[in-house]
Design a protein. Structure first.
Ligand SMILES: [Ca+2]
Ligand SMILES: [Ca+2]
Length: 455
């Protein structure tokens, strides 16, 4: 190897020094211990690119990212690191245009109380990452757990949002004009989350509320046991674009729209979802209530939902639905009679193909395009315990369509992540029955829920 001259050595050492210094400056780490303040000792002294690491403990304070692109994370996860706002204000505020470089990870956020966003307030045009957090026991008028404002596109990933309360909108999460308003591709994303036991006392959206032309994407999430005093125990949308994929919406309750209430929504698509055992305590839509909204429902299982009068499974009021490869079974309406879909007026319509449906009540719909449907007990695995997977003998096996030319939106997997199609053809409903050949030659159904489920 050629021996370096002294000047070359100096130049190289200088380069190494600059590299080390600049590297250190870009990612300073601020360690926070119990007795410190996450805000004063961490965020306030941090600059863009820094990391604030919070050691296990309970921190009684409110924190504000103040527009900084910093990562604020716990050392060892949300169970041992709690931020408690003491009933005074939002626990966490992001209200200075924070982008995806602002990351909150691994905290339990509790005891916030605010006008909007008891747990987390995401102001206009923010797009932070909220990751691996428990948002628990917070209260607000709008968004008991989380609020996102005009043009905001937060990513909420692997969070548990539970036992929060809102007076007016969004017991768990409230999205007001979020997403597309200022960025055509912008949308809040809720992925891998559990949203449960939240309440919206007087208004709409026990789990999630999305309105004022907001966009929203919900993926691989469970929305369960939420309640609303008015519309939508699970998800309320009066929105620009809403997609819900590979998710469970079950055991929610509201006056109207036990699981979902869609109103004046530009585009609502639900794929690989189970909408089960929800209740409308008032009149309309035990499962999904559509009011001037035109949903596309693909490979969904809608079963065991209840209402007092119209639309045990789906109510269509001045709405047209497209239902493909789905199961609608044992939904109940007036006097506990079977009624899976109610086409309520002459400005509504239904396209239903390759679906197992028990009862369609048509009160004058202008379009009823029905093709290749069946009406047979789907033989769910154990609906009494909430298991709406298919059994080996189910008539829904291999009677869906796999024609991606006619139906380009068909999913390539099921609610559990099994590949579709199995046995050469899509099944009806959210679950694809997967037959796996074991080395010993035995056969069994591989039915596993995603994270933390009972399937
Ligand atoms: Ca199949
Ligand atoms: Ca499956």
């Amino acid at each position: 190897m050629k021996k370096l001259h002294r000047t070359e050595k100096l130049a190289m050492l200088t380069l190494i020094a600059i590299f080390l210094m600049s590297g250190a400056a870009e990612a300073a780490i601020h360690q926070i211990y119990p007795g410190n303040s996450i805000q004063q000792d961490g965020i306030d002294v941090a600059v863009n690119g820094d990391v604030v690491i919070v050691h296990p403990g309970i921190y009684y304070e409110n924190i504000d990212f103040s527009g900084k692109a910093v990562v604020v994370r716990s050392l060892s996860g949300p169970f041992s690191c709690i931020i408690d706002a003491g009933g005074n204000g939002s626990v966490v505020t992001l209200d200075s245009g924070e982008g995806s470089g602002s990351v909150l990870r691994g905290f339990t956020l509790s005891n916030g109380s605010a006008q909007a966003g008891g747990g987390i307030y995401c102001g206009d045009n923010t797009s932070p990452l909220i990751y691996d957090c428990i948002v628990n026991q917070n209260a607000a008028v709008f968004g008991g757990g989380i609020f996102a404002g005009y043009g905001a596109s937060p990513v909420i990933r692997s969070c548990n949002i539970a036992v929060n309360q809102a007076d007016n909108y969004g017991g768990g999460i409230c999205l007001e004009g979020s997403g597309v308003q200022t960025n055509p591709a912008g949308r809040p994303v809720i992925t891998g989350c559990t949203i449960s036991y939240n309440q919206c006392v007087n208004g709409s959206g026990g789990g999630v509320y999305s309105a004022n032309n907001a966009a929203l994407s919900i993926v691989s999430s469970e929305i369960q046991y939420n309640g609303a005093g008015d519309k939508a125990g699970g998800v309320y949308c009066s929105s620009h674009t809403v997609t819900i994929r590979t998710s469970w919406i079950n055991d929610n309750h509201a006056q109207n729209g036990g699981a979902v209430y869609a109103e004046q929504t530009g585009f609502l698509e639900m794929i690989n979802c189970e909408i089960t055992d929800n209740t409308a305590l008032g009149n309309y839509g035990g499962g999904i209530n559509c009011h001037h909204a035109d949903p596309r429902i693909v490979n969904c299982t809608i079963a065991g939902n209840r209402t007092q009068t119209y639309g045990g499974g789906i109510l269509l009021y001045r709405s047209s639905a497209e239902v493909i490869n789905s199961i609608l079974w044992n939904n109940r309406a007036w006097q506990n009679q079977s009624e899976d879909i109610n086409i309520h007026d002459n400005q509504s319509g239904l396209i239903i193909h390759y679906t197992d449906v028990e009862v369609i009540e048509n009160l004058g719909g202008v379009v009823l395009n029905s093709y290749n449907n069946i009406s047979a007990d789907p033989e769910f695995a154990n609906p009494a315990s909430g298991d709406y997977g298919l059994t080996f003998g189910s008539p829904c096996r291999n009677l869906g369509t796999s024609d991606t030319g006619t139906y380009p939106f068909l999913p390539v997997d099921d609610i559990e992540g099994d590949a579709r199609p199995q046995e050469g053809c899509h099944d009806m409903g959210a679950d694809e029955y997967a037959v796996v050949i074991q080395p010993a030659g035995s056969m069994f159904s591989s039915r596993f829920r995603g994270e933390g489920g009972a399937h």
